[in-house]
Design a protein around this ligand. Structure first.
Ligand SMILES: Nc1ncnc2c1ncn2[C@@H]1O[C@H](COP(=O)(O)OP(=O)(O)OP(=O)(O)O)[C@@H](O)[C@H]1O
Length: 602
């Protein structure tokens, strides 16, 4: 870690409209204008389909891309939107109202399905969403009185804006385009807000996101609610556009897969990728159908498959990857030339006096099956103190950390944290501990690999600075303090191990914690980096943060710790000043065995 260098205050460049924004605006204008200018029914149909599928894929991408949850059941919400409006129209209720009602029902259903499913990972999540889709399709087929069953429902043919059905094509294009613009606006807003950053962080490294104060389940549920509502709105309009709906088509697995494929082809996780995918595949399919007629039944599957294989082979980030690669080479919106001027070494404030206990662990017991990993562990950390935790491999140090940061619940015992405003709380989750002022690092570094160094630090900064601009400012300041200024715009995955360790600390420090838990931050560092890390932690301590550090590097423990506790086989076997603890025969025996301890009495 470099000596603290404070760069000149970063100056955000004045906001200017970049080439990408102009290109997107031009693309959207073309989508609207081409059919209006050509005036051909088939062209209208293709562009209305592009708008609808583009909107569906964009809405799917909020869950599938930003949150990284591969939903293959999104047709549920599309079908709910279509049926809600179609059932209300005969009662004289406009589909515009049905659209809102369907969106609300879909959001609720999405949350209901998400609650159990978000506990599942990878293919199990995808399979569960398929299972829910099949159940809902079967229910729709079964309740014939409501849905018309396999026979389907004809939407009463009342035309005009109020009923969303038109003789001409252009009003349908306007509505479809409006839905596309709405979903793009919502997706864009989400992606660039704290919510979007949290979703991506949760997708990349759920434990690290939780440690940064993110309630990972809640933000995923929020994502599915928004995505389901938007999908449902498109479903309402599509139902009206088709004027006929039936369960097999509305709750179709193939349709769900198709929506996901557009996003995958275009580039999941980006705002405009799903639209790019739709723009490539829909015209191809429609043209092939137009040319080959009835002989092309099922051809769309072949087209999607071929395009997907080519994209996976040649553009693993999807079509949007082409633009992103170009964009990353362009100037960032912070002046890259901001010099890293070395600040004069500031006189550090004298060590604070150690105050009242700020974190108290009482009688913590944790077993994994038959293995007692922590047994009756009690200790307290005082305000301004650096407490070292040492012990041989497998002693239970990380398990103890997990209990005092909410990642593991002890079988018995309690952890209490004193709040800034006084009074103790007993948090029960990682984000609960984060809210109480506890920040932690991980033994195995947990960078959000697809994000830049600055964005990684912003995830921590959002904890106390919900606005993007303020979080960015805090992150820039933290990057400078932690010696990561030069690397702030590079992707986290390209950092060295020393850089990753610094990033781990920077992300936590951006949360402005009062208690910092460091899990072997010196492991794997060379001697120079260890020295730098020691200076950095001293500085953090002098800023008033209380620290608990698990460490095997004794040089660091001796230099930093005010007090050390030693764990062995899950029990505290010694506690005291570092120089006393390392001479303690019980400690020497725990590390080096009985024979050594007896041969070299302290
Ligand atoms: N989730 C788990 N399930 C079962 N056993 C576990 C689990 N996590 C840890 N253990 C076991 O608990 C014991 C303590 O592990 P822990 O990681 O807490 O030790 P540690 O002191 O941090 O070790 P190290 O210094 O090597 O990191 C080990 O025997 C480990 O194998």
């Amino acid at each position: 870690m470099s000596d603290v260098t404070i760069p000149a205050t970063p100056r955000p460049a004045p906001r200017r409209i970049d080439g990408g924004t102009i290109a997107i605006a031009a693309l959207l204008a073309l989508i609207l204008l081409v059919p209006l200018l050509v005036g051909d029914d088939f062209v209208f149909h293709v562009f209305i389909t592009i708008c609808l599928y583009g909107a569906l894929a964009t809405a799917w991408n909020i869950v599938g891309g930003f949150a990284g949850q591969l939903s293959l059941g999104h047709a549920i919400f599309y079908g709910i939107g279509a049926y809600t409006a179609a059932l209300l129209v005969p009662l004289g209720i406009s589909p515009w109202i049905g659209m809102l009602g369907g969106a609300a029902v879909s959001a609720l259903v999405g949350v209901g399905i998400g609650l159990p499913c978000f506990r599942l990972r990878g293919p199990f999540f995808a399979l569960a969403t398929i299972a829910f889709l099949q159940v809902i399709r079967l229910l729709a087929l079964h309740f014939t009185g409501l849905t018309g069953g396999a026979v389907g429902l004809m939407v009463p043919l009342q035309t005009g804006w109020q009923w969303m059905i038109f003789f001409e094509r252009w009003p349908s294009l306007l509505i479809a385009f409006g839905l596309l613009a709405l979903t793009l606006a919502v997706a864009g807003y989400i992606r660039h807000s704290r919510f979007g950053y949290y979703l991506v962080a949760t997708r990349e490294r759920e434990p690290a996101a939780a440690a940064a104060g993110v309630n990972t389940l809640r933000i995923r549920l929020a994502a599915v609610a928004v995505s389901a509502a938007l999908t449902s709105m498109v479903g309402t309009f599509h139902g009206m556009y088709l004027t006929f709906i039936e369960p097999e088509a509305m709750f179709s697995l193939a349709f769900s897969v198709q929506i996901a494929m557009f996003a995958l082809i275009g580039g999941i996780g980006t705002v405009f990728g799903p639209l790019f995918g739709t723009l490539l595949v829909v015209p191809l399919t429609e043209l092939a159908r137009g040319w080959l007629g009835a002989s092309a039944l099922g051809l769309h599957g072949f087209v999607y498959g071929t395009v997907l294989v080519l994209i996976v082979l040649f553009l693993p980030d999807g079509l949007a990857g082409l633009f992103r690669r170009k964009a990353t080479t362009e100037a960032s919106d912070v002046e890259a030339s901001a010099p890293a001027a070395t600040a004069p070494a500031e006189a550090r404030p004298a060590r604070r006096e150690m105050g009242e206990p700020i974190l108290v662990a009482e009688h913590l017991n944790k077993r994994f099956g038959g293995l007692a990993v922590t047994t009756d562990v009690s200790f307290s950390l005082r305000q301004g103190e650096v407490l070292g935790i040492i012990g041989p491999n497998g002693a239970g140090k990380t398990t103890l950390f997990n209990q005092i940061s909410g990642f593991l619940a002890p079988q018995s015992g309690v952890v209490r944290v004193r709040l800034a405003e006084g009074g103790f709380v007993t948090p029960h989750s990682p984000h609960g501990f984060a809210r109480a002022g506890v920040g932690r690092t991980f033994q195995i570094v947990q960078p959000f690999a697809a994000m830049t160094v600055l964005e990684n630090i912003m995830i921590g900064a959002f904890h106390r600075h919900p606005g993007r601009a303020e979080a960015r400012e805090k992150a820039l300041e933290t990057a400078a303090r932690m010696g990561l200024w030069a690397q702030r715009e590079v992707e986290a995955r390209s950092l060295t191990i020393g850089g990753l360790k610094r990033l781990e600390i920077a992300r936590v420090m951006a949360m402005e914690p009062r208690i910092l838990l460091l899990d072997e931050v010196m492991a794997g560092l060379n001697q120079t980096d260890v020295q730098r890390a020691i200076r950095l932690i001293e500085q953090i301590r002098d800023d008033g943060v209380s620290v608990i550090a698990i460490e095997h590097v004794m040089q660091a423990i001796m230099a930093l710790s005010d007090r050390v506790i030693v764990l062995n086989s899950g029990r505290v076997i010694a506690e005291g000043l570092p120089q006393d603890v390392v001479r303690d025969p019980t400690v020497i025996e725990a590390y080096l065995g009985k024979d050594f301890a007896h041969a070299h009495p302290a």
